[in-house]
Design a protein around this ligand. Structure first.
Ligand code: FAD
Length: 328
């Protein structure tokens, strides 16, 4: 019988699994290596508020996702009615069709903070290995501290981190299963730039055809953001990010600002900027099983990389895993 469950990771997948299991009266503890919950639904504190440097927006196509957010997320998110455009190969811009797009309000992390209030999150705890003890699991962190026992474990870390966790735990069959996904995770350099004088642009969010940048968004156009001046978020292409994985943040931000000026025709220089390197940003793996459950070990795997990438994929993956566990 599965009663006590440990979850590694407090991104959308980990929080979804925790709350759905708690609704069914399971005892759940989430372990998170960072200071707060949210994972890649991330925001950085800046002058005048904060800026979303990870996930930019999310979709709610699955009615179960909509129902889950209504039950647990309150008013921590809302629609973003920004004007979306994309660049065609001639360099011209075309508008994207309008679609319902959502963001955390007043920052992306508001939604995961909201979800985490009903979950038991043990932050700043990096799980290093799992130890089988009397048909249960003990979790060991990098400080040597032990937690448990648990009847089952759900790992929602990105594939490279999940693989390392299992290879430290001599669960080599599991780390072998994950290995193929590791090379499909792409890095992304993100730079946020601030202009005291608002820029006039035809679009608030732009998918670019550019060797350096793939995405530009006016963070200030999202609901509930501080609107004195403008913060823009720039995401570099996976290829450029990989080539510059070890370049200094100063050099990266200078190159990304130059590309931004070229793409938008803006000549002004930003008044402030800040960069963040995501080593594991998005998955491009063709293999999308939804989730994995290893019955003989009582270990589950969930996360965006098993279910189409993106925030809604993380929900689909975790809710699919929980439904499978409960049906079992
Ligand atoms: P994560 O959010 O990565 O959560 C995993 C958690 O596990 C992390 O908090 C991590 O700290 C923790 N962890 C890892 N190892 C350990 C360990 N050993 N012990 C304890 N904790 C551990 N999606 C969209 O839908 N729309 C977008 O516009 C979009 N844009 C994006 C832009 C960027 C730059 C990035 C990086 C991502 C973007 N995404 C977007 C993807 C989206 O952010 C992810 O799909 C989603 O947030 C993944 O959720 P998750 O729970 O699967 O993983």
């Amino acid at each position: 019988v599965i009663r006590r469950i440990a979850i590694v990771g407090s991104g959308m997948a980990g929080l979804t699994a925790a709350l759905l299991l708690r609704e069914q009266h399971h005892e759940v503890t989430i372990f998170e290596k960072s200071r707060g919950p949210g994972g890649r639904m991330a925001a950085k504190r800046v002058k005048g508020g904060s800026v979303d440097i990870g996930a930019q927006y999310f979709t709610i196509r699955n009615p179960a996702f909509s129902a889950f957010l209504s039950r647990h997320a309150g008013d921590s998110f809302g629609p973003w009615s920004g004007r979306f455009g994309y660049q065609i190969s001639s360099g011209q811009w075309e508008p994207f069709p309008q679609e319902a797009r959502y963001v955390g309000v007043p920052r992306m992390t508001a939604i995961t903070r909201g979800l985490s209030t009903a979950a038991d999150v043990q932050a700043q705890t990096r799980i290093d290995s799992l130890v089988r003890h009397d048909r249960q699991w003990l979790m060991k962190d990098t400080e040597g501290e032990s937690y448990g026992p648990f009847d089952a474990v759900i790992v929602t870390a990105p594939p490279a981190q999940a693989r390392d966790l299992f290879s430290n735990s001599t669960l080599t069959a599991l780390s072998d299963d994950i290995q193929d996904h590791v090379s499909h995770i792409q890095p992304c350099w993100a730079t946020a730039v601030y202009f005291q004088q608002a820029l006039e642009q035809p679009y608030d969010a732009m998918r670019c055809q550019n060797p350096v940048l793939e995405w530009i968004a006016n963070n200030t156009s999202k609901p509930g953001r501080d609107d004195s001046g403008q913060w823009w978020v720039l995401h570099a292409t996976p290829q450029w990010s990989r080539e510059h994985e070890n370049t200094s943040a100063d050099k990266v931000s200078a190159a990304m600002v130059e590309a931004f000026q070229k793409v938008t025709g803006v000549s002004a220089c930003p008044d402030e900027w800040i960069s963040h390197r995501w080593l594991y940003a998005k998955s491009s793996s063709a293999e999308q099983p939804g989730f994995r459950w290893y019955d003989e070990h009582c270990i589950g795997l969930a996360g965006d990389w098993l279910s189409g990438g993106r925030v809604e994929g993380a929900f689909d993956s975790a809710s699919g895993l929980v439904a499978h566990m409960l049906a079992d």
